[in-house]
Design a protein around this ligand. Structure first.
Ligand SMILES: Cc1cc2nc3c(=O)[nH]c(=O)nc-3n(C[C@H](O)[C@H](O)[C@H](O)COP(=O)(O)OP(=O)(O)OC[C@H]3O[C@@H](n4cnc5c(N)ncnc54)[C@H](O)[C@@H]3O)c2cc1C
Length: 560
């Protein structure tokens, strides 16, 4: 049996994973595992920008207030304060690492307005911010010589006496299964957008890291809060960044009306995403959209020069995928799943309740986004909390011995058996068909607008799919680049996450942020100003609730 041994194992090559590895590697033997080449992580697709109060007219306190209000008061305020205080240092550091941010005429880092923010504090690199950040950070990881295990899918965690002692990996190119013994494991595995049909997320965003943490006993937090982005390209659901509205784009319905005036009088198109997404969905549902279900994002008045300078990627996406030049025509847009506010419950330094296991980035729930994330805060979260998790883990491993080899070997043996059984099974169900069914259920019944009957149906239907999963059959029985097998392993996790999302959404009988219940349309602080915690059990997820950390921003009505 192959067994790799290291101090710190970072799972994920996106911004959070790279930042964590960079930090941990300063003090101990650190390696990074990723199921794809790090530069193919979803972070590379981030467009609009990253928030930090850099200007002397702005402050981290204002950033924190906007974030807490944006979260519909569900974010933990101590964590938000830390996020916003650390932001300027992380941006300057990325600049020193070589990120090419867009500039003002005076040569300062340029900042654009973003949804839900009272101040233009979103730093950007045209509309390719993630691309610039990820490449700069990857270079630093190469520079430090951190070993990267590429195209290894981590399929389970090994646990000894409530402590994570490493993980089991499946090597996609060869089919080999191996153990990774580690004193600390940091999950930075990204979001789970592909549980939904219409999503801006990369196909690799399956939430597998959340699923394996959940099986291993680390609880998931606030999974009912799924962000829908208002403007995804009609037809493909590729993201059209909020930066397009930040630069001054209008949203128009079929009568040519700037309808956001009716939903958010002050901030209009730059209200937070939950509000704008609901507005679009309402316009479309009530017949004021265009045939097929979309509205228009009009950038024409910005002029060619500004569009080419600030939004070159968006123009190219519209040209390539819709045959539309935004300089001359409005872009057809509709809402789509975009971000996972929920994730592995973790502290400000990344620790999960399972000792030795950390989480950072989109897979974690610290929680700084609460019920609704503000645009530009997620890239920031990856850097701030990736660094802190790496730092803490490197300190922690100094005092720890490695866990039991026998337990890791047992975990390895179990995974090997499971994979063998999946390959040998002769059932009737196909991975692709079941995955599509799950996505349809989640999109139609656990979407932007939710209500009791549909949520109960969704839960039942997802549980039905979990039963049918046992009758899965793979056509590809090979060991080399068997993506059908990879998809099958990930589908099991996605079904479990879909069950948790549906159950948490069914139980939360109020509306808050992205979670909108048509049968309970008001926020209910008396009963629901609390986080949902979901623990795995073989029968059904076990839910409990946790209070929200409030420092200096008491809950208020949210008006934009
Ligand atoms: C189109 C788009 C645009 C966005 N634009 C912005 C923006 O402008 N501003 C902003 O703040 N946010 C934006 N976001 C959100 C933000 O980009 C993400 O939340 C953030 O980049 C996530 O980073 P991460 O490091 O947590 O995960 P990711 O970048 O998703 O990386 C996850 C990594 O984990 C690895 N992995 C996953 N599972 C396993 C496994 N089981 N075994 C091994 N490896 C595994 C993957 O290979 C990958 O390397 C955008 C998101 C999208 C989809």
């Amino acid at each position: 049996m192959t067994m790799f041994t290291h101090d710190v194992l970072v799972v994920g090559g996106g911004l959070a994973g790279l930042r964590a590895a960079l930090e941990a590697s300063k003090n101990c033997d650190t390696v990074l595992v990723s199921k794809v080449h790090p530069l193919r992580s979803h972070s590379v697709a981030a467009q609009g920008g990253i928030n930090a109060a850099l200007s002397s007219d702005d402050s981290w306190e204002k950033h924190a207030y906007d974030t807490v209000k944006g979260s519909d008061y569900l974010a933990d305020q101590d964590a938000v304060e830390l996020l916003c205080r650390e932001a300027p240092a992380r941006i300057i550091e990325m600049e020193h690492f070589g990120t090419l941010f867009s500039r003002t005429g005076e040569g300062r880092i340029a900042q654009r307005p973003f949804g839900g923010a009272e101040f233009p504090r979103t730093c950007y690199a045209a509309d390719r911010t993630g691309h610039n950040l990820l490449h700069a950070l990857y270079e630093q990881v190469l520079r430090r010589g951190i070993k990267i295990y590429e195209e290894w899918l981590i399929v389970s965690l090994a646990v000894e006496d409530q402590r994570c002692i490493g993980a089991v990996g499946y090597h996609i190119p060869s089919g080999e299964v191996a153990g990774f013994k580690a004193k600390a494991t940091i999950l930075a595995t990204g979001g789970y957008g592909r549980i939904y049909q219409k999503s801006t997320n990369a196909l690799i965003n399956t939430g597998h890291g959340c699923a394996i943490a959940y099986y291993a006993g680390a609880p998931l937090e606030d999974m009912e809060f799924v962000q829908f982005h208002p403007t995804t390209l009609y037809g493909t659901n590729i993201l059209i960044t909020e930066g397009a509205r930040g630069e001054g784009g209008y949203l128009l319905n079929s009568s040519g009306e700037r309808f956001m005036r009716r939903y958010a009088r002050e901030q209009m198109e730059l209200a937070p995403r939950d509000i704008v997404a609901r507005a679009l969905e309402t316009e479309i549902k009530e017949g004021r959209g265009f045939e097929g279900g979309y509205v228009r994002l009009d950038l024409r008045h910005l002029g060619e020069e500004k569009i080419v300078e600030r939004l070159p990627g968006i123009r190219q996406i519209a040209l390539d995928f819709a045959g539309i030049d935004p300089v001359k025509e409005p872009i057809p847009v509709q809402p789509g799943q975009h971000y996972s506010m929920g994730g592995i419950a973790s502290s400000k330094t990344g620790e999960t309740p399972l000792m030795g296991l950390y989480a950072a980035g989109e897979c974690a729930c610290v929680s700084v986004h609460g019920a609704n994330r503000l645009g530009g805060n997620s890239l920031l979260e990856t850097l701030v909390f990736g660094k802190l998790a790496g730092e803490h883990a490197a300190r922690q491993v100094k005092t720890l011995e490695h866990g039991s080899e026998a337990i890791l070997e047992e975990a390895l043996g179990q995974r090997k058996e499971k994979i063998k059984a999946l390959l040998e099974k002769n059932g009737e169900e196909s991975v692709a068909a079941m995955r599509e069914e799950m996505r349809k259920i989640m999109t139609e019944k656990v979407g932007i607008f939710r209500e009791e009957k549909e949520l109960s149906e969704a839960l039942q239907e997802v549980r039905e799919l979990k039963k049918r999963y046992k009758n899965l059959a793979l056509k590809n029985k090979g060991g080399v680049f068997n993506y059908e097998l990879v998809n099958a392993l990930e589908l099991e996790g996605m079904l479990n996450l879909a069950e948790v999302i549906s159950l948490c959404a069914l139980n939360r009988r109020e509306s808050r942020g992205s979670h909108y219940r048509t049968d309970y349309p008001n926020r209910d602080d008396a009963n629901w100003l609390r986080h949902t915690i979901a623990h795995y059990s073989p029968e059904a997820p076990k839910l409990s609730y946790k209070s929200v950390a409030i420092t200096k921003y008491p809950p208020e009505e949210r008006i934009y």
